[in-house]
Design a protein around this ligand. Structure first.
Ligand code: C5P
Length: 433
């Protein structure tokens, strides 16, 4: 661990249940060759004792700003200057709020304000608190102030909820701290890191950090023989725009792509498939590890019952040819029928009665939301750079809707992400089960 060896690390611990992990973190920092000093907030001491941290670091633990005895040793300004890195783990929602607003009302916040050290935090809190717009705004502010946020991770929480908010595990934190920030994975990229393919899109708030999003995109090709296939005009642009929008907002994105001529958006993991069956296999493979599943692909509804082994020949004897087609699996419906399952969003490209057909699909396929668009409108939809959409989602027994006017697929993607995030945040935890 070359970048950690010999580093002077000030470990700040705030009042979260994840504070129990801080003991292991302190131990691993020491093992990596760091000099470690610990500062605990008052609340943190109800979760773990200073004595534990003292025993692990071999240094007295500081807990108070106004402690004359401690200040007589290394005063808080000296301590702030001593640190080469401040690592706050766990960082609670309250501590994040105080740091985002420059408070200095206890030792830890004062040190953070007084220090010019590299600042890193590992947020940990209940998933609803993490998703709250106030916390997300504070996270964005902290990033602009130079803080590097590691995590939180998703999963089961101490309070019984499931979602993003778990403190990243100490060994994972150590591995990430050993990397230069520019080498770190996307979830740690600084706020508003420029996207190479969408320079005209405003930097996004990373409000989808830790969410795992799977997106299907593009057409499928259904082979008829070794040289021919059935397909459609899907360009994949909408699905790729969505993948890019989610990635910019911090999500871990998997893009299951049919054959398209598009570059993979930055920080997106792409899986290439050809047929609907391959797309379903890929989708099923990752469904259990996805928080959100978006079926944006224009999947061929039918495939040839038998794929000819050799090129089909035209004959002089007949002016017609009959192909027998069989229905393809419905990928979004299959994913929506799983238990547990991700939040499922589908698309409906229609040429008439858009809302009626979309409502029917939303219910019939068991989806949570559908993005419907009229592909008969010139300049919109298939192959175009622009699109308009009607979003329909289920709200208990009712259906709610939002009309999105014609706009570039890139900005439309952001508006869809906003709505999906709201829906995800309001979704009852039991819906995951
Ligand atoms: O029924 P229709 O093809 O109009 O439904 C569109 C929605 O269903 C899209 O979200 C599309 O990705 C999905 N779909 C699918 N598998 C199919 C057909 C459609 O996932 N076989």
């Amino acid at each position: 661990m070359p970048t950690l060896f010999g580093k002077r690390v000030l470990l700040g611990i705030s009042a979260g249940i994840a504070a129990y992990k801080s003991a292991q973190l302190a131990r691993l920092l020491k093992k990596s060759g760091c000099e470690v000093r610990v500062v605990m907030t008052e609340g943190a001491q109800t979760f773990i004792t200073p004595l534990t941290l003292q025993a692990l670091t071999g240094e007295a633990v500081r807990t108070s700003l106004l402690d004359p005895e401690a200040e007589a040793g290394m005063g808080h300004i000296e301590l702030a200057r001593w640190a080469e890195m401040i690592l706050v783990a766990p960082a609670t929602a309250d501590l994040m709020a105080r740091l985002a607003h420059g408070h200095a009302d206890d030792l830890l916040t004062t040190l953070c304000l007084a220090s010019e050290a590299e600042c890193v935090m590992a947020p940990a809190m209940n998933q609803a608190m993490w998703r709250h717009p106030a916390t997300q705004a504070n996270a964005a502010t902290l990033r602009t102030l130079g803080w590097r946020l590691l995590g939180p991770d998703g999963g089961e929480q101490a309070c019984g909820d499931v979602g993003p908010g778990r403190m990243r595990e100490p060994d994972a934190l150590i591995a990430e701290l050993s990397m230069a920030p520019e080498d770190a994975p996307s979830s740690m990229a600084p706020e508003g890191a420029p996207s190479s393919t969408a320079p005209d899109v405003a930097p996004a708030v990373r409000d989808a950090d830790t969410l795992r999003v799977t997106i299907t995109a593009g057409p499928t090709h259904e082979a008829l023989d070794p040289v021919r296939y059935l397909s459609n005009h899907s360009s994949g642009k909408m699905g790729y725009a969505l993948a890019e929008a989610w990635a910019r907002r911090g999500a871990r994105v998997r893009l299951i792509s049919g054959p398209v001529a598009l570059a993979t958006p930055p920080e997106v993991e792409r899986v290439d498939v050809t047929s609907a069956s391959e797309m379903l296999t890929a989708a099923e493979h990752v469904a259990a590890e996805s928080d959100i599943f978006i079926g944006c692909a224009a999947v061929a509804d039918y495939r040839a019952e038998h794929v000819a082994e050799h090129k089909l020949k035209k004959t002089d004897a007949s002016e017609t040819m009959t192909l027998t087609l069989v229905k393809n699996p419905d990928i979004v419906a299959e994913i929506a029928a799983r238990s547990p399952r991700p939040l499922v969003v589908g698309f409906a490209a229609e040429t008439r009665d858009v809302e009626r057909y979309a409502r029917d699909k939303l219910t019939r396929k068991g989806m949570d939301m559908i993005v419907a668009n009229d592909v008969s409108q010139a300049g919109l939809g298939f192959g175009a750079d622009d699109n308009a959409a009607l979003l329909l989602w289920r709200d208990g027994d009712d259906t709610d809707s939002q009309a999105l006017p014609p706009q570039p697929k890139t900005t439309l993607a952001d508006a869809i992400v906003d709505r999906v995030l709201t829906l995800y945040a309001h979704r009852a935890p039991t819906a995951h089960d």
